[in-house]
Design a protein around this ligand. Structure first.
Ligand code: G2I
Length: 478
């Protein structure tokens, strides 16, 4: 993995990159051992600081009512560096009747963010849902004026205070056709460009995004978003990024997630994970929580490895305030924090993916070929389910020489195909696989151990891999 350019270093200058020396210092500061579960939140070990050391932000969604929840606000104000109001910037709250604007609830959230040096993603200006009935009742000829007035008023109210706006939310149906809401019906697809231009005119400093769900993988809906972005950029319409909501289901992160994000950044826009959660059938179990940790690590790693991915926002702080149980009965436990706002395995996995828990960020990705005395022991655990598995592998350097770069090669059982990995780079996806260190875990001192993991699909054989060798020397397994 190459060393990343730092982005988003400060709340007041959100897009100014730090210099190389500051970057090194920031990475070194962040590379500290994570505290045990329950203590996460101490200075220097937060998701926020770890993300920022990688040039990313880690955010959360908060609603007005959440501000009365002391455990929630303690976590939110320390662990997250970006705040999205859950509902308070939506049309039905801001302009419940025509020309009558109400900013109190959203202002309180912006104030909380400012108090905690968090930045704010505005969500959302134009959306078919949580749209007051007066908009839907307008004659088509009046919708454009009403939309422009709404955008102009709201964006002007927050001018200079927001990092970004989700200007248009969820414009597409699942098959990639435009959603036939009041805006499309009145203006056709041109409402999107009009909304973006209106927002840019009202606040030239806020980043402007389109945001949608089920566009994380390559599919008809993401194709539609891709074509829209390409067309808008071609016309010179102001558009800075695409938000991928990322409401995932346990074990179902699309294998094309990274490739899909990359095709968008190739169009000259940033990408952001805007509403991350990972739901599971209730009740949670140790096995499900471990698989969820793998999912979160994989999402964080995807953003880390896509140049142009600016950050991640989780939808809600903890499981008690997640929208999932109310919308998907029988599902829940979708966030990084449990019912008592204690960090879950997914928290630790996300922090580790961001470089927490390491002691040295030595950026030396090239494996040393067969160093003298390289000997190793490998242990691990497979957590299978019907069609997939999560696997954690620990390598111990049992030799007397420190490794400065490592590559562990092993044979996957037939039918297993790697879909994503964390703490190592894996290739190819089947057969004889080589896992190579990342920049932050390259060094392996004598007696030291390091762990990485991956998810794979399988066709029945869920056995642990065989025939391990580290930098060309065979390992023992335990
Ligand atoms: O549905 C999950 C998210 C999908 N992407 C766009 C997001 O804006 C959306 O957020 C959710 C909020 O988390 C919910 O809190 O949007 C829902 C509405 O579509 C929100 O639910 C609404 C309830 O439906 C209303 O009954 C309630 O009055 O929240 C309102 C405020 O509590």
């Amino acid at each position: 993995m190459s060393v990343r350019t730092l982005r988003l270093p400060s709340p007041t200058h959100p897009r100014r990159a730090l210099g190389a020396a500051a970057a090194t210092a920031a990475v070194a500061l962040a590379a500290v051992t994570l505290l045990p579960t329950g203590q996460a939140g101490a200075a220097g070990t937060t998701l926020r600081s770890l993300a920022e050391a990688n040039g990313l932000y880690f955010g959360t969604a908060i609603s007005q009512g959440d501000l009365n929840n002391a455990p929630l606000t303690a976590v939110a104000g320390s662990q997250f560096g970006m705040l999205t109001p859950t509902n308070e910037m939506k049309w039905d709250t801001i302009e419940p009747s025509r020309g009558s604007f109400s900013y109190g609830p959203a202002d309180r959230l912006v104030s909380f963010a400012q108090t905690h040096s968090m930045r704010v993603r505005g969500h959302t200006l134009v959306w078919h849902s949580q749209l007051p009935s007066w908009v839907n009742s307008l004659p088509g000829s009046q919708v454009k004026t009403a939309m422009e007035n709404h955008i102009n008023n709201e964006v002007t109210h927050y001018k200079g205070k927001l990092y970004a706006w989700d200007v248009v939310n969820e414009p597409f149906n699942e098959d990639g056709s435009f959603r036939t809401d009041a805006f499309y019906n009145a203006m056709g697809s041109g409402y999107v460009a009009d909304a973006l231009r209106t927002a840019r005119a009202a606040d030239p400093t806020a980043k402007l995004y389109l945001n949608d769900y089920n566009i994380e993988g390559l599919n008809a809906k993401s194709d539609a978003m891709y074509n829209l972005v390409k067309s808008l950029k071609g016309q010179g319409v102001p558009l800075d990024g695409v938000g991928f909501q990322a409401h995932f289901i346990l074990g179902q992160i699309p294998s094309s997630f990274k490739a899909n994000l990359q095709r968008f950044t190739a169009l000259g826009v940033n990408v952001a994970i805007t509403e991350l959660d990972d739901r599971m059938p209730l009740p949670p179990s140790a096995d499900k929580l471990a698989r969820q940790a793998g999912d979160y690590a994989s999402v964080v790693n995807t953003c880390l490895t896509v140049s142009g991915c600016v950050g991640l926002t989780q939808w809600g702080v903890g499981d008690p305030d997640s929208w999932i149980p109310g919308t998907f009965p029988g599902y829940g436990a979708a966030t990084l924090y449990d019912a008592n706002y204690q960090p879950k395995p997914a928290y630790t996995a996300s922090a580790n993916a961001l470089g927490g828990g390491t002691t040295s960020p030595t950026p030396t990705p090239t494996p040393t070929p067969t160093p003298p005395g390289a000997s190793c022991q490998v242990s691990g655990k497979v957590s299978p389910w019907n069609t997939g598995l999560t696997e954690d592998i620990t390598i111990t350097n049992t030799g007397s020489t420190a490794l400065n770069g490592w590559a562990l090669t092993y044979t996957l059982p037939a039918g297993q195909t790697v879909t994503n990995s964390w703490n190592a780079s894996l290739t190819p996806a089947t057969g004889r696989v080589t896992a190579t260190n990342l920049s932050y875990n390259a060094t392996l001192a004598p007696g030291a151990a390091t762990s990485f993991g991956f998810q794979a699909t399988h066709t029945g054989d869920t056995a642990f891999p065989t025939s391990f060798s580290l930098n060309g020397t065979a390992c023992t397994t335990s």
